[in-house]
Design a protein around this ligand. Structure first.
Ligand SMILES: [Zn+2]
Length: 272
């Protein structure tokens, strides 16, 4: 009996050890069990299904143009940063796409592989391009830091994860699909949400601010943006960004802390 327990613990510890990776940018240890390639192929499938099932705003629309422009500037900044650190391999398989979808929901998300959606209901809250850049930077951070993979790894359970995502999908298609969608904040269709942890939200805020600044958007817009977001969510089901209910004061305080560094990136980007 004792031997079985010891064996079990050893295997568990080894399993944990081999599935923990240190994120090259944030430095945080991550419990990530699913291969990135599987996450990306599932994202591609779910993204295309989502675009078919929802009303995509035509590319000629000026808001759709803005979403694309902001997305391209943000992701260029991310790629340049990763390349400057010799980490381009981390973004392997990424083929960025940016779509604006007609929906009252104030939401946005990015799936692994760089598949981005912004909902029209978000634009009255962002109000300007720099604030949209802050939100898109936040979402891109969730994707490139593999936050969704961590959440799925926890939700699916070790057994399903060992089988692989494809096997889980074959055995329990709708459950696996729903966990996947919920892991990326695609919430309204499901009626439930897996909130990103405070840690995930704070990493996404921190680096999202930097990507926006590096892309030449004024990071100071982040403060009034999150204040507007808090106000808009008041009493309603909160969008992904507020899902863990970080107190507004704490969020703003953290952003203020990162602001001097973000301003350096901003001045460098705009050449002043
Ligand atoms: Zn978030």
């Amino acid at each position: 009996m004792k031997r079985t327990i010891v064996l079990f613990l050893t295997v568990s510890i080894l399993f944990q050890f081999f599935s923990c990776t240190r994120n090259a940018i944030t430095g945080r240890q991550q419990f990530k069990l699913l291969p990135d390639s599987e996450m990306q192929s599932m994202a591609l499938q779910q993204y295309n299904e989502f675009l078919t099932a929802n009303k995509v705003v035509p590319a000629s629309n000026k808001d759709a143009e803005m979403v694309k422009r902001v997305g391209q500037r943000i992701t260029k900044a991310v790629e340049n940063y990763y390349s400057s650190k010799g980490l381009s391999k981390e973004l392997e398989g990424y083929k960025w796409e940016y779509n604006l979808v007609d929906s009252k929901e104030a939401n946005a998300w990015c799936m692994p592989g760089g598949k981005i959606v912004v909902y029209t209901g978000l634009l009255p809250i962002t109000q300007n391009e720099a604030a949209l850049a802050v939100v898109m930077g936040h979402e891109v951070s969730h994707a490139i830091f593999n936050h969704g993979n961590e959440r799925m790894s926890q939700q699916l359970g070790a057994a399903a994860v060992q089988e692989g995502l494809n096997a889980a999908l074959a055995n329990k298609p709708s459950e696996t699909r729903n966990i996947f969608l919920a892991s990326f904040g695609v919430s309204a269709q499901l009626g439930f949400l897996l909130p990103f942890s405070r840690k995930h939200e704070s990493e996404a805020d921190h680096y999202g601010l930097f990507w926006a600044a590096m892309a030449g958007y004024d990071p100071r817009e982040a403060i009034p943006l999150w204040q507007r977001m808090e106000k808009a969510a008041n009493g309603q089901s909160p969008p992904e960004f507020l899902s863990t209910h970080p107190s507004e004061g704490r969020r703003i305080e953290d952003l203020q802390k990162y602001m001097p560094h973000a301003m350096e990136y901003y001045h460098k980007a705009i050449g002043k």
